[in-house]
Design a protein. Structure first.
Length: 219
């Protein structure tokens, strides 16, 4: 939060300085009874400098837009693996979840394998939600059926958010990434609209690797 506030202050600094200098030039012009040639040239140069500073500040705000405000997800920190998994698959799941938690805005990771009637939670890691048992809802099932990821950029505006009771209650954004034909990787973020296109491609690559490992372990 402190870094975000500092960046915002720096973005507004050129605009504030430009406006302050502009007001100073205007006041000085009003209080000067007779304008000399050199002062007129100075006023023109000062006006150009003010305009340049204000334009620079506006461009910074477009190039570096305000980042979404992050929250502290509610829930205990934890790391749970299904006990019946082979050791290599446990290591694979631990490795993938660690990468997601340390290199993206993800704060909660869930890996589920199965369908609505029979399935198993393979992993829960990060900030844990109130429910330990995953019951795939319509959003998760649609991602599996269509084999396409679903990104809920701001979870609180989606009525279907109630199905994600296995994530922290104040989760801000969710990615549902299919893992083969029966699995799913569910990621919870602590800020809305925080995953980039590059993040989504990287998550898809990790999901493909996990899907191959899960399929090989269940053959």
């Amino acid at each position: 939060m402190a870094r975000s506030q500092t960046n915002r202050w720096l973005q507004n600094l050129p605009i504030a300085v430009g406006m302050a200098i502009g007001v100073g030039l205007f006041v000085n012009r009003l209080w000067t009874p007779q304008i000399s040639e050199w002062q007129a040239r100075s006023d023109v140069a000062g006006t150009i400098a003010c305009a340049f500073l204000i334009l620079t500040g506006l461009l910074w705000q477009r190039v570096q837009p305000k980042l979404p405000d992050a929250v502290e997800l509610t829930g205990p920190e934890g790391f749970e693996l299904a006990p019946n998994l082979d050791r290599p698959l446990q290591v694979e799941l631990a490795w993938a979840s660690h990468l997601l938690l340390t290199n993206t805005v993800t704060r909660s990771v869930v890996v589920y394998q199965g369908d609505r009637t029979a399935g198993q939670t393979l992993l829960r890691r990060g900030v844990l939600g109130p429910q330990a048992i995953v019951k795939p809802g319509p959003i998760v099932q649609r991602a599996i059926d269509k084999q396409q990821p679903i990104y809920l950029v701001d979870l609180k505006v989606y009525p279907g958010r109630i199905e994600f009771d296995y994530l922290p209650e104040n989760t801000q954004g969710v990615i549902v990434q299919p893992l083969g034909n029966r699995g799913v990787l569910i990621l919870g973020a602590n800020a809305p609209r925080s995953y980039t296109n590059q993040d989504e491609r990287w998550i898809a690559g990790i999901a493909d690797k996990l899907a191959n490992s899960i399929e090989a372990a269940t053959l």
